[in-house]
Design a protein around this ligand. Structure first.
Ligand code: DX5
Ligand code: ZN
Length: 217
C-alpha cells in the first residue's frame, strides 16, 4: 500500500495544528517533519520543541527527517520528543556513528531510517539496510521545498527496490523531493512505497484532491 507523507516544511506555521488536521482528514498516513541545522544543509527549519507540540496534538505517524550533522548526538532527543520514525543521512557521519545512531533509535522503541542525497549511490546503504525500517531516496538536493524532481534518481529507487526484495526485507522505500501527481507515477513504478510531498500538498487549497491524485497516479 502506498503511504502519503505531506512535508510540513511547506505548511503555514502560524496554524500548524490546523494544517496537520487538514492532511489527516484528507487521508494522509504520515506527517513528514524536516529538521535542518544550517550546516548539513544550507537552511534551518524546525526542531525538538515543535516536534513535542505536534506530538501532543496528533496521533498521526510522525516521520522525522533529520538533515543534520552527526545525528547520533540527537537521536535519543528526537525519540523522546515523540517521533515515530527517526531518519538521518548516511553522509552525515562515520560508519560507526551512523551505526550507533541506528542502535539508539531502536533501543528507544522507534522505527529508524537512512536517507541518501542525490549524489550518494544506493550501495552505501547496503551495510545498514537489514536493520532499517525505511530507506529514503532524495530526489532534490536537501534543504528546500518546491524544487524540481531529479529524474536521474529513478534508477536508484529501482535499485533499492530490487535489493530490498532480494533480501526479503520489510523496509519501506520513501522518496522525497519534487513529488507531485505527475512524478508520483514515476516513483511508484520504480518501487517507492512512501511518497513525501510538500509544496504539491500544502501549496494547493484542496489537500484531499492533491493527496488522492498523488496516491492514484
Ligand atoms: C527537502 C525536504 C523535503 C521537502 C519536500 O530538503 O527534505 O521533505 O519539504 O518538498 P517538495 O515536495 O516541495 O519538494
Ligand atoms: Zn524531507
Amino acid at each position: 500500500m502506498i503511504k502519503i507523507a505531506p512535508s510540513i516544511l511547506s505548511a503555514d506555521f502560524t496554524k500548524l495544528g490546523a494544517e496537520i488536521e487538514d492532511i489527516r482528514s484528507a487521508g494522509a498516513e504520515y506527517v513528514h517533519f524536516d529538521v535542518m541545522d544550517g550546516f548539513f544543509v544550507p537552511n534551518i527549519s524546525i526542531g525538538i520543541p515543535v516536534l513535542k507540540s505536534v506530538r501532543k496534538m496528533t496521533e498521526m505517524f510522525l516521520d522525522v527527517h533529520l538533515m543534520i550533522d552527526k545525528p547520533v548526538r540527537y537521536a535519543k532527543a528526537f525519540c523522546d520528543a515523540g517521533a515515530d520514525l527517526v531518519m538521518f543521512h548516511v553522509e552525515a557521519d562515520s560508519y560507526q556513528n551512523i551505526s550507533d545512531a541506528i542502535d539508539i533509535v531502536k533501543e528507544n522503541g522507534k522505527k529508524v531510517g537512512l536517507a541518501l542525497k542525490p549524489r550518494t549511490p544506493a550501495s552505501v546503504l547496503y551495510p545498514f539496510i537489514d536493520r532499517l525500517d525505511m530507506a529514503l531516496v532524495m530526489t532534490v538536493e536537501p534543504g528546500f521545498g518546491g524544487q524540481s524532481f531529479m529524474h536521474g534518481q529513478l534508477p536508484k529507487i529501482a535499485e533499492l527496490r530490487h535489493e530490498i526484495d532480494k533480501r526479503g526485507l520489510a523496509c519501506e522505500l520513501e522518496v522525497d523531493g519534487g513529488v507531485d501527481p505527475v512524478t508520483a507515477k514515476l516513483v511508484k513504478d520504480a518501487g517507492a512505497t512512501v511518497l513525501v510531498a510538500g509544496s504539491a500538498v500544502f501549496g494547493k487549497p484542496d489537500r484531499k484532491a492533491q493527496i488522492d491524485a498523488i496516491r492514484n497516479a
